[in-house]
Design a protein around this ligand. Structure first.
Ligand SMILES: Cc1ncc(COP(=O)(O)O)c(C=O)c1O
Length: 420
């Protein structure tokens, strides 16, 4: 059975054949690839091909696929018991490690996905402030809970709509949406309605409309404006956390968000999410406080073991410079080739994150990202796939270079790109 046959079969029993919409290749056309195994930077497919993977499961695999030390601790944790629904020592050690690496966090609560983390962060912000409304940014994606599916990014953009059916209007009425990088818009909303607004939530470096950098002063401005109205600032670092350094992005730039959400990397490939902040804020969570949050598998020992080993390896090996050098080599290469060939492309890059945008001008927000040529992106995606490279199957996503990639992988990618 090859990918096409598996997809045919899956569509009979799974809506659209996928368990997360962007995997259906709607943004690029064609048949989704079925993965069989992965090691380091490479994956084997059900078609008998080998691909160099620049998607990395959408971000968790900063150390590559099936890193031996992580697989070992997962196997041991699994053998010791898959779940207890009770406390384990490693949860406490893991929370200590996260709080040590991110000094702005006194406490952290573990959940099982980024969606859950953000959902809890919003409820916590409401509980702390006693206010109902939030501000989010057009094109930022924060998981699929009702409040956050307003003007959302990621797979929702690929689907051609930035919201979802089935979301309660009561939920969306509580959400103001501002363009990313538009500090004045936020200042105005806060000026007019600040005393109703519990939180401003932002991806400090946006990754769900392609890679979009915060403009100079944007995040600092959000911090100052929210502080003035007693509104909490939430940094959604599900992608950013531990991505550019073994800490939060907020910590590296010296901006203290009131609440930070984490996911992806901190689970090392296992399902996890986390919410962290000061003891004062975090103590509003049950059982200390009145804001309820719970989970049968929260703090699951297998996921925590994978996450703990991943963070220890990141702390001890610090592969960040290597990843940055590879990321820059890749983006510079794309930009050079595009220039030489007169292609309407520029590649955004930060550390191991990169997005080739199919237009020359820099992308500052969702409107810019939407102005890119999605047909040209689809042609690029399939060209790279045919040449043995897997990149995100949507023009509104970030691709990832991991510590397992090599200069040769990058150079081969560029060679294939040059024949686009
Ligand atoms: C910034 C951000 N927040 C939240 C989420 C939701 O995380 P999950 O898919 O683990 O629910 C994502 C997922 O891509 C994300 O990129």
């Amino acid at each position: 059975m090859n990918s096409a046959q598996w997809f045919e079969r899956a569509q009979q029993v799974i809506p659209g054949g996928v368990n997360s919409p962007v995997r259906a290749f709607n943004g690029v056309g064609g048949t989704p690839v079925y993965f069989k195994s992965g090691k380091g930077a490479k994956v084997q497919t059900e078609d008998g091909t080998e691909l160099i993977d620049f998607c990395g499961s959408w971000g968790p695999l900063i150390l590559g696929h099936a890193r031996e030390e992580i697989v070992d601790v997962v196997a041991k944790a699994a053998a010791d018991g898959l779940t207890f629904g009770a406390n384990t020592a490693i949860e406490a050690e893991f929370a200590e490690l996260i709080c040590k690496q991110i000094p702005e966090m006194d406490m952290v609560r573990l959940v099982s996905s980024g969606t859950e983390a953000v959902m809890t962060a919003i409820r916590l912000a409401r509980g702390v402030t006693g206010r109902r409304k939030i501000i989010k940014f057009d094109g930022c994606y924060h998981g699929h809970s009702d409040y956050l599916l307003v003007a959302s990014g990621s797979g929702l953009l690929t689907g051609g709509t930035s919201s979802s059916a089935g979301v309660s209007p009561a939920a969306t009425e509580e959400v103001y949406v501002a363009p990313y990088n538009d500090l004045e818009a936020v200042q105005e909303i806060l000026k007019a309605n600040g005393d109703e607004i519990a939180a401003v939530i932002v991806e400090p470096i946006a990754g769900n409309m392609g890679l979009v950098e915060p403009a100079p002063g944007f995040l600092e401005g959000l911090r100052a404006a929210t502080a003035e109205t007693g509104t909490l600032l939430i940094f959604d670092e599900v992608i950013n956390g531990f991505r550019l350094a073994p800490t939060s992005f907020g910590h590296t730039i010296g901006i203290k968000a009131d609440i930070t959400t984490l996911g992806k990397i901190i689970g090392g490939g296992m399902p996890i999410g986390a919410i962290g902040g000061s003891a004062e804020i975090m103590s509003h969570l049950a059982p200390l406080g009145p804001v309820y949050q719970a989970g049968t598998l929260s703090g699951n020992p297998v996921a925590v073991a994978a996450g703990m080993k991943t963070l220890e390896l990141l702390r001890d090996e610090s592969p960040y410079l290597k990843i940055e050098i590879l990321g820059k080599r890749l983006a510079d290469g794309i930009n050079r080739i595009a220039e030489e060939k007169g292609m309407d492309i520029h590649c955004a890059q930060r550390g191991g994150m990169f997005t080739p945008f199919f237009r020359k001008e820099t992308v500052h927000n969702l409107d810019d990202s939407k102005a890119c040529n999605q047909k040209a992106h689809a042609a690029y995606f399939h060209h790279m796939l045919d040449h043995g490279f897997y990149t995100p199957p949507s023009g509104f996503e970030v691709a990832f270079v991991s510590a397992a990639h090599t200069e040769t992988d990058v150079d081969m990618f560029l060679e294939a790109f040059s024949s686009l």
